[in-house]
Design a protein around this ligand. Structure first.
Ligand code: NIG
Ligand code: FE
Length: 416
């Protein structure tokens, strides 16, 4: 990080530190945010040097320290959004209108729309154009208090177009102070030209995409949309096994519309996460628990496609799983960058408590991206990614909905 003077953030009504064990939080620990009332935090060289009660922290500030008066606001870690489709061309407002008139997300997909229509638009776009839209959405994320996102490819579906997307993600991260963790999702959909020979497309992903993505270090994770009429469990196993051989971590779009064994596959292969899980069974929950797969719940995609079937968050918490919540930002099923909207849905629709939802959107999400030692909490040594929220009580972030914009956002100790 660049050189800048030390920073004292003080007069925080609540400093939500999320301090705790260096591991994903489960059970009662999901509700323990380690809040310091009347808190303060000292930041040196972009990292947190001390966090605690104002009376203890203020005397530690050396001369020349820059002071940020939080004005009695809540100060929290930046949100970590562990599932986004950050970069794509165009949008699907037309399909949105069709859904409002009664068509379902899947009917539209079966008629060649859905992911495939965004693929057609994205193939036509240049890398330069994709970087510009990536930057636009990256700014939206920052404005909403998110400081790290996982960012998937998956709207190219040719070797060149998938590489173009991953390079656009990299260029976005290099030019906007939003941290991006790239995921290769070449198996997001069966492209038009492979419609009747999906195994040949799996060959292409395994033989020609994964090796280049790994060699160029364009992604840390590999994901697959394992779903009836998309990639079968057997195909997903081939894809993920190849990715694992190349050193990529694994994430799986699983049990979104049908429960088909995708979660059990994620467990068998030691995937980091299984995402969606709206149709997940008690057996699948047990398999995640046994093998340490983190569930990533995406209530925005349930809400926006007009479904009522949310993932069974309470059963997962009761089973001791380190749940994560994320936006699933994408142009079809979940066009939102707002993590506070997701907190609202997590609480009202999945019956999580505000504290559980915040843990799921910060420290647990950070662990799911292999970043738990760097971000997700305000503890000494960690990167100073934090947000001043216009709230006196952290619960307001989930309680007010549809209106919230943070007061100030910092990444690496620098205001953005
Ligand atoms: O996570 N389910 C697959 N992928 C996305 C939707 C992408 C799109 O509709 O463009 C999801 O919901
Ligand atoms: Fe997704």
């Amino acid at each position: 990080m660049a050189e800048f003077p030390p920073l004292l953030v003080t007069n925080c009504s609540q400093l939500v530190t999320m301090a705790g064990p260096a591991s994903p939080r489960v059970g009662d620990a999901l509700r323990d945010l380690h809040i310091v009332n009347d808190g303060a935090m000292l930041v040196v060289e972009g990292r947190i040097a001390a966090a605690g009660w104002r009376g203890d922290i203020e005397p530690l500030a050396a001369q020349g320290t820059q002071v940020v008066d939080a004005g009695g606001r809540v100060v929290m870690p930046g949100f970590v959004d562990a599932h986004t489709h950050l970069v794509f061309a165009g949008n699907r407002a037309d399909e949105f209108e069709m859904r409002c008139a009664g068509m379902t997300y899947q009917q539209i997909a079966e008629r060649g729309g859905g992911i495939r229509s965004t693929v057609r638009r994205t193939r036509e776009a240049t890398e330069h154009e994709l970087v510009a839209t990536g930057q636009k959405y990256a700014r939206w994320f920052l404005e909403c208090g998110t400081t790290t996102v996982e960012a998937k490819s998956g709207y190219g579906l040719t070797v060149d177009d998938e590489l173009k997307l991953l390079r656009a993600i990299r260029a976005t991260a290099e030019t906007i102070p939003l941290r991006c963790v790239p995921t290769f999702l070449g198996a997001h959909e069966i492209p038009d030209e492979y419609k009747t020979r999906s195994d040949d497309y799996v060959d292409l992903v395994v033989n020609e995409m994964i090796p280049v993505v790994a060699a160029e270090k364009l992604a840390e994770f590999c994901d697959v949309f394992c779903e009836s009429k998309v990639f079968s469990v057997a195909q997903a196993e081939r894809l993920l096994t190849a990715a694992k051989r190349y050193g990529l971590g694994l994430r799986v779009h699983a049990d979104q519309f049908t429960s088909n064994g995708a979660v059990e596959l994620a467990a068998k292969l030691g995937a980091k996460t299984a995402d969606h899980l709206e149709q997940t069974t008690p057996q699948a929950i047990a398999a995640m628990k046994e093998t340490g797969v983190q569930p990533v719940l995406l209530p925005g995609s349930v809400y926006a496609i007009g479904s009522q079937k949310y993932a069974p968050a309470r059963a997962m918490i009761d089973a001791g799983l380190p749940v994560v919540v994320a936006t699933d930002f994408n142009p079809g099923s979940s066009p939102t960058v707002s993590m506070t909207m997701i907190l609202s849905l997590a609480c009202t629709q999945m019956k999580m408590t505000p504290a559980e939802a915040i843990t799921a959107a910060t420290i647990n999400a950070a662990w799911s991206l292999n970043r738990g030692h760097e971000i997700g909490s305000l503890e000494p040594g960690k990167i100073a990614d934090f947000v001043l929220h216009d709230a006196e009580d952290y619960r307001e972030l989930a309680y007010f909905f549809g209106s919230h914009r943070p007061y100030a956002v910092f990444t690496g100790g620098v205001r953005v």
